[in-house]
Design a binder for this molecule. Sequence first.
Ligand code: MV4
Length: 444
Amino acid sequence: MIKKILIANRGEIAVRIIRACREMGIETVAVYSEADKEALHTKLADEAFCIGPAPSSESYLSMEQIISATIVSGADAIHPGFGFLSENSKFAEFCEQCGITFIGPTSQVIARLGNKQIARNTMEAAGVPVIPGSRDPIYDAADGARAAGKIGYPVIVKAALGGGGKGMRVARDPGEFEQSFRMAQKEAQMAFGDGTMYIEHFVENPRHIEFQILADTQGNVVHLGERDCSIQRNHQKLIEESPCPALSVKLRKKMGETAVRAAKAAGYMNAGTIEFLLEKNGKFYFMEMNTRIQVEHPVTEWVTGIDLIKEQIRIASGCPLSFGQKEIQLKGHAIECRINAENPQKGFRPSPGTVTGVYFPGGNGVRVDTAVYSGYTIPPYYDSMIAKLIVWGQDRQEAIRRMRSALGEVIIEGVDTNIDYQYDILNHPDYQAGNIDIGFISVE
Ligand code: MV4
């Protein structure tokens, strides 16, 4: 059994994990950078170790520092949260070699799914629908152009090690292909040190739907329904909800079963997410699988009543799932708004600084996950997301109204935020009608 967990993260997710551990009677170890001495996670954990200077590369991304802190503290497991080292197969392998439980899938599975081109082929072989595209890796523009011609335009060139929008370019016609390919490959080479590419038909204006799955070490796999994450800007999600207003019970069942099949094909263990693109006509395609807990996990927690962080810890301890697919019922509707310290009027530029005053709403059906407190100084080194506001309603309309009411109560003084921007989206007639796709926010 796991007795002590080191949380290799910061911010609201570190706090979220500390709280789950405390409820389970598990001791907690925080790690923090020199910029995070006064951070909430540093203060809330049972123990805290400074692991280096402010830049992530020297602290939250330092495998040596984190493994050392784990050994010195006597923790038996590491929870990586999201971002940072959460999907780094080398880090998971390092943990395995040191006899530390990495709370997530095996390093081998992380590596296989981290290569999106290999993941695509794995899924296709398992009978999971994939977007028409190239089966072999592509290294040069001429081979790419031939593959694109067979697939049919428009196409999208993607980096095998990409995801989240990096190393990706659309080519609308053959004349555009070479330029798009070169740009995507250059970006991939810079970002991942690898120029392996693959090509897919470009799906116009789909919804981004993702299924949460849980898989234990005994081979049981269940899905916990979907999240609609179509409201995003520059590949940063802004609003997520569950259930997706466009899914019928029948389509949910079909996509859910496909997600379970995908997880089984990958040899998956722990919590994971299968991302799909969904077309208006109900056709859906596997896009990628994320091997971490995600920012938007609370909406799933609220409609299923399942604590995903606790389940991750139980699974990592070797416990079988305590429920089957039939026992998972979706109830009501949950929405999450990500609150960022940024200025939408100034190109969404980050707005770090001291939060001189803060008030968050509460009340029936309102949850706030944050690590911000009055007097806290948001450092400029990390992600600008400072809070998640999550609401639950009997139905989508009640959830939207509750979110508008809750957003209207939030006060954050001293830094700029995207709260008014979120409020405007919730008031948009297309959003209210559930008429959304990944093009809802057009990017300049
Ligand atoms: C696509 C696509 C359309 N067709 N692939 C964006 C991030 C990465 N996960 C893959 N992405 C996309 N892949 C094909 N074949 C459109 C996107 C995409 C997107 C996907 C989900 C949410 C927002 C998006 C915004 C722009 C593009």
